[in-house]
Design a protein around this ligand. Structure first.
Ligand code: NDP
Ligand code: OXD
Length: 314
């Protein structure tokens, strides 16, 4: 039994060391140094090149090294019957919640204006407002969305979520499915995306969506925070909406092309905060401990947890 990392775009040394620590008896290998392909029974991947996973004849489980699985499902040659397990771990969830709460608070407390004032030595005491004045709407009420929603609710924000299925979470309004999308947008001053990348969520953040958001909030125009995936946003529409005053500000952690090219207008737009896909990093020690636990469960005949539904795409 061998375990193989397939992460062509990563420096995998830390991951190999963490996996050896998490599962001391396991034969841990790193692509392309695979050795005998028939030995490999488990793999953890991120953007595997086509045919590599397919070429492992005795593979039992594919692990995603993140919560999202688009980087794995992108491989058109992926074996159809092999189960895929994604990350659902409190460390990753807390990192994302920190990020979402931080970004909502930066907008709510107008921190960028304060930073700029300090730079210019301006004592500008402007009116502030209560958290309850701001309606936050989270697209994607899964593991990450629900946790962030609950923390924001506890801070006093009016929080709603939009998902495919209805959610019953205390103090959080639930909107479900395409038929309730417009009503969700109409009550939302701060739109947060924590959606997975699927054909259904591609380009969901477009001009029409932005125009349907609430304009009744304290800033007179809505705010966008996208930490889901870049495929969900239409970049030109966000820029046009910001320039037209239809959007007050945007914080973007994810982009259609990553790393964000130096000539992207997002870098220098005064109303945009760019973060480098760092909202919730996968920590090698934590994620390898999680994978080792799932392997032990599987070897013990127990069901795998957090299985990906390939039909849904997440
Ligand atoms: P989950 O699978 O737990 O949750 C996904 C949520 O999205 C579910 O609530 C699901 O609805 C909802 N959803 C999916 N498709 C649709 C749709 N078409 N319409 C409405 N709702 C939809 O995922 P996680 O919360 O763990 O992660 C979410 C995403 O966050 C990841 O897929 C990844 O893209 C991104 N991410 C980004 C990171 C970063 O650093 N920027 C780090 C980690 C993750 P339902 O509950 O009804 O199924
Ligand atoms: C993830 C990510 O999906 O880091 O976990 O984007």
């Amino acid at each position: 039994m061998a375990f193989l990392f397939i992460t062509p775009t990563w420096d995998t040394a830390a991951w190999v060391a963490s996996m050896r620590k998490a599962a001391p008896g396991l034969d841990v290998r790193n692509w392309p140094d695979v050795g005998n392909l028939a030995d490999v029974t488990y793999t953890a991947a991120w953007l595997p090149p086509p045919d590599v996973v397919k070429g492992l004849p005795n593979l039992k489980v594919i692990f995603s090294l993140g919560a999202g699985v688009d980087a794995i499902l992108k491989d058109p040659t992926l074996p159809q019957a092999t189960p895929i397990v994604r990350v659902n771990d409190p460390d990753l969830t807390m990192r994302m919640t920190e990020y979402i709460v931080l970004q909502v608070l930066i907008h709510h407390r107008q921190q960028r204006r304060i930073d700029e004032n300090q730079r210019r030595k301006v004592w500008d005491s402007f009116p502030t407002h209560a958290a309850s004045a701001l309606s936050v709407g989270i697209m994607g009420m899964g593991v990450l969305g629900q946790d962030a929603a609950e923390r924001l609710r506890d801070l006093g924000f009016k929080v709603a979520g939009w998902s495919r299925s209805r959610k019953m979470v205390r103090g959080i309004e639930s909107f479900a499915g395409p038929q309730e999308f417009d009503a969700f947008l109409a009550r939302t001053d701060v739109l947060v995306s924590l959606l997975p990348a699927t054909p259904d969520t591609d380009r969901v953040i477009n001009r029409a969506t932005i125009r349907k958001l609430s304009r009744k909030g304290p800033f007179g125009a809505p705010i966008l925070i996208n930490a889901g995936r870049g495929r969900q946003q239409v970049g030109e529409d966000i820029l046009a909406s910001l320039d037209a005053g239809e959007l007050h500000a945007a914080t973007l952690d994810v982009f259609a092309v990553e790393p964000l090219p130096p000539d992207s207008p997002f870098w220098t737009h005064p109303k945009v905060t760019v973060t480098p896909h760092c909202a919730a990093d996968s920590d090698p020690d934590t994620i390898c401990a999680y994978i080792a636990q799932q392997i032990a469960r599987h070897e013990d005949g127990q069901p795998l947890e957090n299985l990906v539904d390939r039909q849904r795409g997440y």
